[in-house]
Write a protein of this length. Structure first.
Ligand code: ATP
Ligand code: MG
Lengths: 264, 270
């Protein structure tokens, strides 16, 4: 076979594989959602426990990252704006950047690294050690018992974490802007309050983080579920979760931003 | 084919493969109700695969599996899960839930499938753990158990719901002689007390022959012999004698299919 046909063949195979993976991923998403409610045993305690593991345990990294990013934004913004004599606008600069973009996006990236990878590794190891198979043999659906609570916990946690990220970031910005750089606090907060609209900026940011929550949790659960049952397979799946979710989040962010703010 | 009420499980014309690798090719097997059936065979012949086919975790490429008269391939999902609640399975690796204590592992099937009060569940769990000699280990986490202990906990979990049918994948591996003796007695007494149907996969000829009513020997994708253990021990079929006496050379190959040994070793330089 010459070079040309070979690359055609591998392109075709890649296409078929991609469609197959998408199909399986969609099926798993559908089954998780449709079986989440019914079945044996209470679902709510499983969900609460996962919200704790996935969400509450991610709080520290999210809050610390938010604080630093808010501070850096204030510093950089001040340095540029002070040249135009408009340093009072630092408040709105920090708030808008966080609420519209950095809050949802950076939270999703950190979440993929902190919680998504852990989800994949946990589910993958359960598969490798036959725990998923033994759930099935006990007559319990692992999609409902294991996958669905983790997925939903991710979807619930992400918007809350993104809000916390933005809030802490704004506080960090205020710390730098008001207390360190000496911006008059009345104009810092006043400008911010005028510039940020709840219906547009806050809601759009929230919608973004819900979308990211769905995508990252979906990828993480799917990769764990489909991982090869070996130690190498788990490490591959974990890497894939972080890479795929990060790329998906960045690409979706561009798309959502274009729709929301670009009059597309 | 009509089904026989005396058989808990009937397998007919079963074929299965992983990708291109054929594991079973037209296997017929009956597992009689209320008896202990043992399946033996060289490592890698598909004994674990057989258990997964019976548990409907894998789907046959051809042929049928009937469990208690029900055709597995015709069951709806909820019917299947209902049927599985009546089966216990002891996995080769134990497969305990690593995020739960020993106690919660054994309690899990009870909590899921019965509406029993927690005090009742506690009694049953401790009783089950007592029979495998691990009541004292109830509060340990699975990571703190040895391999043999983990498998005994898994046995307690598999029997928690007092199933009608249990599959054991190599229950005797990694057990010291005392635990082994206890397990052999336990498996035998489960049958007597509960009228339980059991399927044991094992390599331990002596122990298995002692408790098994029927013995199947699998090799090369099909059943090469079946019958009562004493019949097989006195059989003059060379395939059977090789297996029962543990001889490396004979009709049953010890090696995974490969090209000629000397050719393979010389292949690098050639
Ligand atoms: N997931 C899989 N994918 C591909 N091949 C597999 C898979 N699982 C098992 N096999 C192959 O199927 C064959 C049967 O495997 P199985 O685990 O059923 O053997 P076994 O009889 O239980 O062996 P052992 O006594 O060592 O436990 C083996 O040759 C193995 O290589
Ligand atoms: Mg096996």
């Amino acid at each position: 076979m010459n070079w040309c046909t070979e690359s055609m063949v591998s392109l075709g195979r890649w296409g078929v594989d991609t469609v197959r993976v998408m199909g399986r991923a969609t099926l798993i998403l559908f089954l998780m959602l449709s079986r989440g409610g019914g079945g044996q045993g209470a679902f709510f305690p499983l969900l609460v426990r996962q919200v704790y593991v996935v969400g509450v345990l991610s709080l520290v990294i999210i809050a610390v990252a938010g604080l630093f990013i808010g501070m850096v934004l204030a510093l950089q913004g001040y340095n540029i704006l002070v040249g135009y004599g408009t340093e009072q606008a630092v408040g709105q600069l920090v708030a808008l950047s966080l609420v519209r973009e950095l809050g949802p996006v950076v939270t999703a990236l950190l979440f993929a690294g902190r919680a998504g990878s852990a989800l994949t590794a946990e589910i993958g190891l359960m598969k490798t050690t036959d725990q998923l198979a033994s759930l099935e043999m006990i007559g319990v659906d692992p999609l409902r018992q294991i996958a669905a609570p983790r997925f939903l916990a991710g979807v619930i946690s992400m918007p809350i974490l993104a809000c916390i990220f933005s809030m802490v970031g704004i506080l960090g910005g205020a710390l730098i802007g008001i207390d360190w750089l000496g911006i008059y606090d009345g104009s810092f907060w006043g400008n911010m309050e005028q510039a940020v609209s709840f219906a547009d900026d806050v809601m759009d940011g929230l919608i973004k983080s819900v979308v990211f929550g769905v995508v990252v949790s979906w990828i993480a659960v799917f990769q764990g579920y489909e991982s090869m049952p070996t130690s190498e397979g788990i490490s591959l799946a974990t890497t894939r979760t972080v890479v795929y979710s990060s790329l998906a989040v960045l690409a979706l962010d561009l798309f959502l931003t274009a729709v929301m703010f670009g009059d597309l | 084919m009509t089904e026989n009420k005396d058989n808990f499980i009937e397998i007919r014309g079963l074929s299965f493969g992983y990708g291109n690798k054929v594991v079973f090719d037209g296997v017929d097997m009956d597992i009689p109700r209320g008896k202990v059936t043992a399946v033996m065979g060289p490592s890698g012949t598909g004994k674990t695969t057989l258990l997964r086919l019976i548990g409907a975790q894998l789907t046959p490429d051809a042929g049928t599996v009937r469990v208690d008269g029900q055709l597995l391939s015709s069951l709806r999902r909820d019917e299947l899960f209902h049927l599985r609640a009546r089966m216990g399975m002891l996995f080769q690796s134990g497969a305990l839930f690593t995020d739960m204590s020993v106690f919660d592992n054994v309690a899990f099937p009870l909590r899921v499938h019965t509406g029993l009060a927690e005090s009742m569940i506690r009694d049953i769990v401790l009783m089950k753990l007592q029979t495998v000699g691990l009541r004292g280990a109830a509060s340990l986490m699975p990571a703190m158990l040895s391999g043999g202990m983990a498998r005994r906990v898994a046995l307690a979990r598999a029997t928690a719901l007092d199933p009608d049918f249990i599959m054991y994948d190599e229950p005797f591996v990694g057990q010291d002689p005392i635990a082994m003796g206890v397990l052999v007695n336990l498996l035998g007494s489960l049958k007597k007390a509960l009228g339980l149907t059991s399927l044991i996969v094992s390599h331990d000829l002596a122990e298995t022959a002692a408790i098994a009513d029927v013995l199947y020997i699998l090799a090369n994708g099909s059943v090469i012999a079946s019958g009562r253990p004493d019949e097989l021990q006195n059989s003059d079929d060379p395939q059977v004698t090789q297996f029962m006496k543990g001889l490396p050379d004979g009709p049953v190959p010890f090696h995974y299919p490969a090209k000629d040994y000397s050719e393979d070793m010389l292949g690098e330089s050639a």
